[in-house]
Design a protein around this ligand. Structure first.
Ligand code: NAD
Ligand code: DAU
Length: 366
């Protein structure tokens, strides 16, 4: 634990920092806040990959902690040791399809894991818990628009939309949001929650639509579109999400919820066709070649028809809006995957689970 003696003004705990969104948040925080120490706590499940963070792993204000949020004793010990001032909680099981085959794993990590963090924060911040504010302490929960269930052809999710989750994943995230709110109401735990739409960008695990299809197009494999492909999602470039998280970390009002979205709705089939067009150009293939890989397959059970976010609150209060159009963001994303074929190769072959984590298993123990 060589870095504990160098702790600076604030100790900020980010959970799930080896995953897709978490790694972008960790990088932004480490590079933006030299006065704070950033702790990245991650269990390194199949979704955690320290190769995402090789550029910042040796920074003075960064420490990686290998730990599982479902291990209450370990979490309590880490809070006692480092006295975290703020928690940004991203660690979760995040893939809807996996939640359909293994719902219990989602309840364990997303509900019980969140409760373990809430308990540890409540106990550590005992002297700071007062309805008038948290004296610098903050529990910031990163959540999803899927808690609101599905929209029909029109309308937008606002912060006032009732929770109505349809998948085991979204039910587990809704439950964890409710627990965060309950700790705010019951124990005056200072919290912020944000509910974001679909993210895309570099470092996303290739089980999710965009990286899966980029990889399949590269290798000329089928593109399995669920159902008729007329499902709609609101897409946001991951770095814009990370910037929104930093803004809310600094300026979000305690006890409030913020929706974050891309103002960018796409039917899956239209998105896939755009992706095929962009990739054909970049790979020097015939126009229309990759579209031939589209294959309509059985639908996802309980598939939500449409998500669309009204991000007016964060836009008005904090002047946040996405910095790139979808066409630009998608093009940057494809370029990243094409330039980082080794990353994809390590992930798809499984070597990322041995090489990049062995240095931590010996240092931190398991
Ligand atoms: P991800 O699956 O890429 O990463 C999750 C990370 O959490 C991994 O590094 C994994 O190792 C870690 N983790 C999982 N279980 C853990 C445990 N028990 N203890 C400690 N660490 C554990 O997920 P993501 O897509 O980056 O999503 C991050 C967060 O953002 C999640 O809470 C998710 O619900 C939320 N979110 C995601 C999106 C999206 O489009 N991906 C949109 C809105 C909200
Ligand atoms: O809305 C936010 C959510 O977005 C996050 O909370 C989740 O963590 C994240 O995984 C994402 O959930 P989705 O289920 O919307 O993402 P996914 O990439 O799995 O699917 C996007 C859409 O594409 C969805 O309508 C299902 C469809 N799809 C997905 C895959 C993997 C396909 O048609 N074929 C596929 O192979």
């Amino acid at each position: 634990m060589g870095k504990s003696s160098k702790l600076k003004t604030k100790n900020i705990l980010i959970t799930g920092g080896a995953g897709f969104i978490g790694s972008h948040v960790v990088r932004l925080f480490v590079n933006s806040y030299s006065e704070h120490h950033i702790f990245n706590l991650d269990a390194l499940t199949y979704a955690g990959n320290l190769e995402n963070l090789t550029d910042i792993e040796n920074k003075e204000n960064y420490t990686f902690l290998k730990a599982d949020i479902t291990d209450a004793d370990k979490i309590n010990d880490l809070f006692a040791e480092y006295q975290f001032d703020a928690v940004i909680h991203l660690a979760a099981e995040s893939h809807v399809d996996r939640s359909i085959t293994d719902p219990l794993a989602f309840a364990k990590t997303n509900i019980m894991g969140t409760l373990n963090l809430l308990q540890a924060a409540k106990n550590t911040w005992k002297s700071k818990l007062h309805p008038s504010g948290g004296q610098g302490a903050l529990f910031y929960h990163i959540s999803t628009d899927e808690v609101y269930g599905t929209l029909g052809a029109t309308g937008l999710f606002t912060e006032e939309t009732n929770y109505d989750p349809n998948s085991p994943y979204s039910a587990s995230k809704a439950s964890s949001d409710h627990f965060v709110r309950a700790y705010g109401e019951t124990y005056a735990l200072p919290y912020v929650i944000s509910n974001c739409s679909n993210n895309y960008g570099p470092n996303q695990f290739p089980e999710k639509l965009i990286p899966l299809f980029i990889n399949n197009i590269i290798h000329k494999k089928n593109l399995p579109v669920y159902g008729d492909g007329n499902y709609t999602r609101d897409w946001l470039y991951v770095i814009d999400h990370a910037i929104a998280i930093k803004l809310l970390f600094e300026k979000g009002k305690l006890g409030e919820t913020y929706n974050i979205g891309g103002f960018n709705e796409w039917k899956n089939i239209d998105l896939v066709k755009l992706l095929c067009r962009q990739m054909d150009k970049k790979l020097g293939r015939e126009k229309g070649e990759s579209e031939q890989l589209i294959t309509f397959v059985n639908d996802r059970p309980g598939h939500d028809l449409r998500y669309a976010i009204d991000a007016g609150k964060i836009n008005k209060e904090l002047d946040w809006k996405p910095s790139v159009t979808f066409e630009e963001g998608l093009s940057k994303t494809i370029d990243w995957y094409l330039a980082n074929e080794a990353w994809m190769q390590h992930v798809t072959s499984g070597t990322y689970q041995t090489y990049y984590r062995k240095q931590y298993t010996s240092e931190e123990g398991e």
